[in-house]
Design a protein around this ligand. Sequence first.
Ligand code: HEC
Length: 142
Amino acid sequence: MRGRVRRLVPGVAAGCAAAICLIAVLGLRGVSAAADPATPAFYTERVRPILIANCGKCHFSMNHKGGLAMDTRASMMKGGRDGRVIVPGDPGNSPLVKLMRHEGPAKDPKPMPPKSPRMKDADIAVVEQWIKAGAAMPENGR
Ligand code: HEC
């Protein structure tokens, strides 16, 4: 009897350790997809909701103010009437970020979003982080 218990215990312990390990790995994968700014998942889960909330009315779906449609990767990278709005790897030279930070011209184009308070710094930082890491996003923009 005692011998059996002794043989059983390490087996159970190993099984539990494996289960915990599996949960940890799956958990980390779930988090890291959106935590790594170089992945399209980061765009989908972190950046896109910020753009929809602050710019959606005028730059998504049917509305392409200033010629800028944020809907797909192609339209985002093409930019607006005045050309590129994102320079991958260089948020400081990306008009998209400059207008959000109110560091662009006073008009034409104006600070974005126009007529609204400046965006939260934390939200701007997420967009900057994403552009700095290469501005990866799914082709279909979702
Ligand atoms: C209320 C509507 C509105 C919202 C909301 C808005 N924009 Fe705009 N956006 C415009 C208009 C209108 C233009 C055209 C330029 C102008 O008249 O200043 C423009 C132009 C731009 C341009 C320049 C395009 C070009 O090539 O000239 C960028 C970049 C831009 N917007 C980014 C943003 C970002 C980023 C947000 C969200 C943080 C945003 N906009 C939110 C209306 C809006």
